[in-house]
Design a protein around this ligand. Structure first.
Ligand code: NOJ
Ligand code: CA
Length: 565
């Protein structure tokens, strides 16, 4: 497979708002390419596929943790924030990754698990052995396991308390996640200093930003629920101040699995901004709900709750990632409906969510995968793709926990799907061999060979999206429709953004969740007498009449992106 790189000027564009016009791609180093045949993906492997990612149209990579770790939580259990897990590679290779990515105008976001460490981290070992020593106060210790009663348990499958007893220190320690992941004590200023030093270390190595893992949980209190408490926001502001002052142009992305208002709080407000971006947890599950309920109402409602954010802030919109599809932010009624549609086998569930990949969730329906991506790409914010979803990769629900969706990337129909030259038994996880998603059919090489494959469709849509800056920079306004299955909104960009060459534009985006063809009347006085054409093929559509109405027909689970002028 070879990918011809588009001609471009070397180096990164200087746009300070680059993240608002970028397509991000989450790639787990362990799962992508194994360069040395030991059965585990590595940095050298990732470097070897940067051309593929550039060809696809990716602008930035998000790499989950690759630091030294016992890997009891996919690397989110760190034992040394300054070194790289040896099986992933060396610091020299990491530097090469930064250079080679930047040469291709690809930015690099790394993960920062700052709420907790592994219990094998030297800080924790010192803390448990020497309560009066330098690290004695680095974690949240208590004589009882009754503090913070309003804090919910997140990993409900494995934990029944947020406290665990340490037999050495003979005290309890607090943990929001696994009991092998003690929470750092942010009341201790030395913890702040240590985290800020780690941040500087990686920024000095050239990374373009951080995903702030589990950021709402830094502080807890007796009265609160330990999610986005005021001192947590204060710390994020302090971090942002340092980044803006010493590393302008680098970004912070909040991983805050909360209700709309609480997530939006992580953007902060002028003159005290917090994160540049935040994952849009409220919208994500509602996309899946709409696909099966064939109703757009809940999406319209939540979109209207997430529009009021600072001008420079951006949503990170996504369909899937390396975790379970979380259902924490939907009502009990919706949750039960979603379990019924998407997790009919108990094996498909994990914690309060569903541990499946996109293509199996959508029953490998090409129409649904296209509709879901077209919506994702049209929402305000920047889309984040999960590796393998561009070829509709399957999952393996027989593997434990979230490993079901972290299997090796499928490159070719050959041994180990072209991921590794190792003996198949040696792979860190087996490749997917299910009936429907077998790697012999679902792989990059086969998709490249078929001009109408999902991969080619995705690349095409990504490039169309790129040529319309309104998608990244424009405002959203919901438009009323006569059909409960139809979501319609305008995206409008007046051209007053930060970058040169951006054209003002108004688009009308229409999505039908109906499983049958429909006709729909769309009405909006602001669109009176406007002409419409499709931005893919340029076909002229009926115009809005003098009353601001137009009737469109849509095939089952179909969509339009229409230029209004
Ligand atoms: C969020 C990460 O996305 C998840 O994979 C991890 O298990 C938790 N943080 C705990 O570190
Ligand atoms: Ca390897």
């Amino acid at each position: 497979m070879s990918f011809t790189a588009p001609i471009q000027l070397p180096g990164l564009t200087l746009d300070p708002h680059w993240y608002r016009r970028s397509l991000f791609y989450e790639v787990m180093v362990r799962s992508f390419v194994d360069s040395n045949g030991d059965g585990v993906g590595d940095l050298a492997g990732l470097i070897s596929r940067l051309d593929y990612l550039q060809w696809l149209g990716v602008d930035a990579l998000w790499i989950p943790p690759f630091f030294t770790s016992p890997l009891k939580d996919g690397g989110y259990d760190v034992t040394d924030y300054r070194s790289i897990l040896p099986e992933f590679g060396t610091l020299e290779e990491f530097k090469e990754l930064v250079t080679k990515a930047h040469e291709r105008n690809l930015r690099l976001i790394i993960d920062l698990p700052l709420n907790h460490t592994s219990d094998q981290h030297d800080w924790f070992q010192q803390s448990r052995k020497h309560p009066d020593g330098a690290y004695g106060d680095f974690y949240v210790w208590s004589d009882t396991d009754e503090k913070y009663p309003h804090v919910r348990i997140i990993f409900t499958d494995t934990e029944d308390s947020n406290w665990a007893f340490d037999s050495v220190r003979r005290q309890f320690y607090f943990h929001r996640f696994f009991s092998h992941q003690p929470d750092l004590n942010f009341d201790n200023p030395k913890v702040h200093d240590s985290i800020l030093e780690i941040v500087r270390y990686w920024l000095d190595l050239g990374v373009d930003g951080f995903r702030l893992d589990a950021v709402p949980y830094l502080y807890e209190s007796e009265e609160g629920n330990g999610e986005g408490e005021p001192p947590t926001h204060e710390f994020v502001r302090k971090l942002r101040t340092m980044v803006d002052r010493d590393y302008p142009g680098r970004i912070l992305i909040a991983e805050a699995n909360q209700w709309p208002r609480e997530v939006a709080a992580f953007f902060g407000s002028e003159p005290e901004p917090e994160c540049h971006m935040a994952f849009d947890f409220p919208v994500m599950p509602r996309i899946f709900y709409s696909l099966r309920s064939q109703r757009a109402g809940e999406l319209v409602r939540v979109l209207s709750e997430t529009t009021d954010i600072p001008a420079a802030a951006g949503w990170a919109v996504f369909l899937r990632n390396h975790d379970e599809l979380t259902l924490e932010m939907v009502s009990e009624e919706y949750r039960q409906a979603m379990y019924g549609w998407y997790a009919y086998d108990p094996r498909m569930r994990a914690n309060v969510g569903i541990r499946r990949r996109l293509a199996p969730l959508l029953d490998n329906s090409r129409a649904e995968m296209e509709l879901a991506h077209a919506l994702l790409f049209a929402l305000p914010g920047s889309p984040f793709l999960y590796y393998g979803d561009e070829i509709g990769m399957g999952d393996n629900i027989w593997l434990p926990d979230r490993d079901s969706t972290r299997t090796p990337m499928q490159w070719t129909p050959d041994r180990n799907a072209g991921f590794s030259a190792a003996d198949p038994g040696k792979l860190f996880l087996p490749v997917v061999q299910s009936l429907v998603f077998n790697y012999t059919q679902t792989n990059v090489e086969s998709h490249l060979a078929q001009s109408n494959s999902l991969l080619h469709w995705m690349r095409n849509v990504i490039h169309v999206r790129k040529s319309h800056p309104v998608f990244g920079l424009g405002t959203l306004r919901a438009v009323s429709t006569s059909h409960e299955s139809v979501l319609a909104f305008t995206r409008e960009y007046t051209g007053s953004g930060t970058s040169l060459g951006d054209q003002p534009e108004t688009l009308l985006c229409v999505f039908s969740f109906s499983h049958n063809p429909i006709a729909v009347r769309i009405e909006d006085p602001a669109l009176t007498s406007l002409h419409l054409y499709d931005i893919f093929g340029g076909s002229v559509f009926p115009s809005f009449d003098e009353e601001g109405a137009v009737t469109l027909t849509l095939g089952a689970q179909n969509f339009y992106w229409l230029h209004c002028g």
